[in-house]
Design a protein around this ligand. Structure first.
Ligand code: NAP
Length: 243
């Protein structure tokens, strides 16, 4: 059974990725979430409407014990399954100027994106190496490329994932496994609902925020067999903001 795991698949960009990949047919989709079971079940329903199978998996990607117990447990219980596509999409922001930033704000943001990438990818990697095939896409951000005031935690987390993407890609390219990152600009999700599009659009060459589906299309290409010679790349999906 070939599988795709999308972390943070319950809402926003992660949901759009699950639905897009389901529409392309093929893999059983594992929809990870942390708190919002109702939203995760809605994503599962949308996946099924596209004619694909799937299931929801609750774990906090930044909690290594939970990742090992839940995801590691799932892998052990399904020896016939091969997670050949991994999208490390889960992430949070908790913005404030560094002078005011609490330890917990730093830790939680680093945990969700950077440590989550490490804990989840390590569990999935062994099988990809054995099967000599895999597609890994890490959701990063413009913030991790250029830096944004108020986001030292988030920029550090995403910048760390970008560096790790390139290093891991170099380690495993010969095994037929690609590792890429997608860096969205402003995308309409719960994460950006407090940011007024009308105030920001003058800074975006495309003149608008992006849709989650526009990010999902980029991911769908990178995880396809056709993208076999693209690795260690960071693909911006930002309406021209940092290009
Ligand atoms: P969102 O609408 O806030 O959704 C976040 C998703 O991540 C939810 O499914 C949430 O699960 C899950 N999640 C958060 N922390 C988690 C954890 N510790 N363990 C497991 N799941 C967790 O965010 P989004 O806008 O779709 O963002 C998705 C990714 O794109 C993030 O990595 C974000 O940094 C990145 N990004 C977004 C934008 C943007 O403009 N929206 C721009 C650049 C990059 P629950 O539903 O259970 O809470």
């Amino acid at each position: 059974m070939k599988c795709t795991l999308v972390t943070g698949g319950s809402r926003g960009i992660g949901r759009a990725i699950c639905v897009k990949l389901a529409a392309g047919g093929g893999n059983h989709i594992l929809i990870n979430y942390k708190d919002n079971e109702t939203a995760a079940l809605e994503t599962l329903e949308l996946v099924r409407e596209k004619g694909c199978t799937g299931e929801i998996l609750r774990f906090d990607v930044g909690n290594k014990v939970e990742v090992r117990e839940v995801l590691g447990g799932w892998i052990e219980a399904h020896p016939e399954a091969f997670i050949e596509v991994l999208v490390n999409n889960a992430g949070i922001t908790d913005d404030t100027l560094m002078v005011w930033m609490k330890d917990e704000q730093w830790d939680s943001v680093i945990n969700a994106s950077l440590n989550g990438f490490f804990y989840v990818t390590k569990l999935v990697l062994t099988n990809m190496l054995l099967k000599r095939y895999g597609r890994i896409v890490n959701m990063v951000s413009l913030s991790g490329l250029k830096g944004v005031p108020g986001q030292t935690n988030y920029a550090a987390a995403k910048g760390g994932v970008i560096a790790a993407t390139r290093s891991l890609a170099h380690e495993i390219a010969k095994r037929g496994i690609t590792v890429n990152a997608v860096a969205p600009g402003f995308i309409k999700t719960d994460m950006t609902q407090h940011i007024a599009e009308k105030d920001m659009k003058a800074h975006i060459p495309a003149g608008r925020f992006g849709e989650p589906e526009e990010v999902a299309s980029a991911v769908a290409f990178l995880v396809s067999p056709e993208a076999s010679y693209i690795t260690a790349e960071v693909l911006g999906v930002n309406g021209g903001m940092f290009s």
